[in-house]
Design a protein around this ligand. Structure first.
Ligand code: AMP
Ligand code: MG
Length: 501
């Protein structure tokens, strides 16, 4: 029943209560650009739970989902734009990139005091498209959907998936592929590269406007600090240190940590050739374009620091009138990032092996396990998940089986048990706590590839749906999905991933 005090029909007329702040920034920040309509859009998936969380009118969106999430129908209040940004791609600076195939529809207030962007990806050309077609292929759209939602369920800051549609139009890559559009939700789409765009043009005033916008939007607590722009660098460094540590804890390899793919909000963004590691090897690289391993698993913390230094450079004129002083101040923060990262990483690794208190030897104990895992080609995820069981159980059979030589980890287990004896948790509590930080399920690469193949070749989305289901609760055992917890068979192994752009 509708209340006589409210005009519910009027509310329903705007399924998304847009409140756009980025379009109020100066015109050089973006280009007005509407999505290009597609011929035969069909809905693949609409994330109703996320829509509800954002306060959207789920019923209204559901009725018209294919038209809305393909960009064929523009919702009232949407002010579509393509954002300008630059970026270092594999270390080389490109002064103008920008949203070449993404269109920001607008922002909504999420009910937690935050703003969230709603963006279409693959929605047609923009003034930033360069030679690209502005479109996305179905495979990469499904990959981003699965992996971003899996990251969220793992508890890792990330952009989210609101919807995916098929366009009914082909896209031309190395082969002809079905086109698709992905609807992404982000705390914002502002990147390190957004700052670089203006800094590269010597436009300090725009850098200041952008920094003020970012502080108001993501870091309101630093607005009144003595040196808010230095505090901004520190805040981003802290979020990135925490984020990249979380990636390492679950074996995630982003694959393209270019400065245009690093948010200032601290969310994971741009799931291109990203992948999760099966067998533990710190040098693991999947991306076909990362020939030198710049973005290998274990390089990610250092690349984070390199990217933060690029952000720091853009802020130099704002930090202090003396360039030397500004550089000195920024450098302290860039250096401290290393310690912050190490602290986040170590604290997470302690939790992974079931420790709640701290001892000096913990780092060495953790490194020793990792070294054995690498040498013995152990599956990263299974090793830690099975170790959780051992916190309250003597039977080492399953754990030992993850190592080539089942005896190889026995000396380490002995040291681990000695260390556990000096930690106050009960075995039952320890196992429970370890299971909350050591997932049973990650989006294994071969499963993603299988799901994509079924969808692209046969229009069969059942594997995609199954993946979404199992990965929604990655810390639960879910016996019905047991095979999804297993590493690939040798023939199933996927060694390379592609951007698909
Ligand atoms: P990415 O590798 O996805 O981070 O993209 C790097 C840059 O290339 C961004 O500016 C994208 O907007 C642009 N881009 C990627 N794919 C396309 C495409 N198919 N059409 C136009 N621009 C694209
Ligand atoms: Mg990108």
């Amino acid at each position: 029943m509708s209340s006589p005090l409210h005009d519910d029909t009027a509310l329903r007329a705007t399924p998304v209560a847009f409140d756009n702040s980025y379009v109020r920034l100066p015109p050089q920040f973006f280009a007005d650009q509407a999505p290009t309509p597609v011929t035969a859009p069909q809905l693949i998936k609409f994330n109703e739970a996320l829509a509800r969380e954002l306060g959207l009118d789920v019923e209204a969106l559901r009725q018209n989902a294919a038209a809305i999430f393909s960009g064929n129908e523009l919702l009232p209040g949407s002010q579509p734009i393509a954002m300008a940004y630059a970026g270092h791609q594999f270390g080389n600076f490109v002064p103008q990139l920008g949203d070449g195939r993404a269109i920001l529809l607008g922002e909504v207030k999420d009910g937690n005091g935050g703003r969230r962007d709603i963006q279409l990806k693959g929605s047609g050309p923009t003034p930033f498209s360069r030679r690209g077609d502005g479109r996305a292929a179905l495979g990469p759209v499904l990959r981003e959907y699965v992996v971003s939602e899996a990251m969220h369920a793992l508890g890792i800051p990330t952009t989210r998936a609101l919807a995916a549609v098929i366009t009914g139009e082909p896209v031309y890559r190395e082969e002809v592929l079905p086109g698709a559009i992905f609807t992404r939700v982000a705390a914002s789409h502002i990147r390190v590269g957004t700052f670089q765009f203006f800094a590269a043009r010597g436009d300090t005033e725009s850098v200041r406007v952008l920094a003020d916008h970012v502080i108001a939007r993501h870091y309101p607590e630093i607005r009144d600090r003595e040196n808010p722009y230095l505090s901004l660098l520190e805040a981003v460094a802290d979020r990135q240190a925490a984020l990249i540590a979380r990636w390492l804890h679950v074996g995630f390899i982003h694959g393209v940590m270019n400065t245009d793919n690093m948010t200032v909000s601290g969310e994971t963004i741009d799931f291109g050739p990203c992948a999760f590691m099966d067998t533990y090897d710190p040098a693991t690289v999947f991306s076909s374009i990362d020939r030198n391993g710049r973005y290998a698993y274990a390089n990610q913390p250092a690349i984070g620091q390199w990217n933060l230094a690029r952000l720091g450079e853009t802020l130099i004129p704002l930090i202090d009138p003396s360039v030397d002083t500004a550089i000195e101040l920024a450098n302290v923060i860039i250096k401290a990032y290393g310690e912050r990262f190490q602290a986040y990483w170590l604290s997470g690794m302690r939790a992974k092996i079931g420790l709640t208190n701290e001892e000096d030897g913990d780092l060495e104990l953790i490194q020793s396990l990792l070294a054995t895992m690498q040498q013995q080609e152990a599956d990263f995820t299974l090793t830690f998940r099975r170790l959780a069981a051992l916190a309250a159980d003597e039977d080492v059979t399953d754990f030992a089986a993850t190592f080539n030589d089942p005896q190889a980890a026995a000396p380490w287990l002995e040291r681990w048990r000695e260390r556990l004896a000096r930690d106050p948790q009960t075995p039952a509590a320890r196992t429970a706590a370890m299971r909350k930080v050591n997932p049973a399920f990650i989006p294994r690469n071969h499963r993603i590839e299988q799901a994509i193949e079924a969808a692209v070749d046969d229009g069969d989305f059942s594997l995609f749906e199954a993946l979404l289901k199992v990965l929604a609760t990655p810390y639960e055992d879910q016996p019905a999905f047991a095979p999804y917890g297993e590493p690939p068979l040798p023939a199933e192994r996927v060694l390379q991933t592609f951007c698909g752009t």
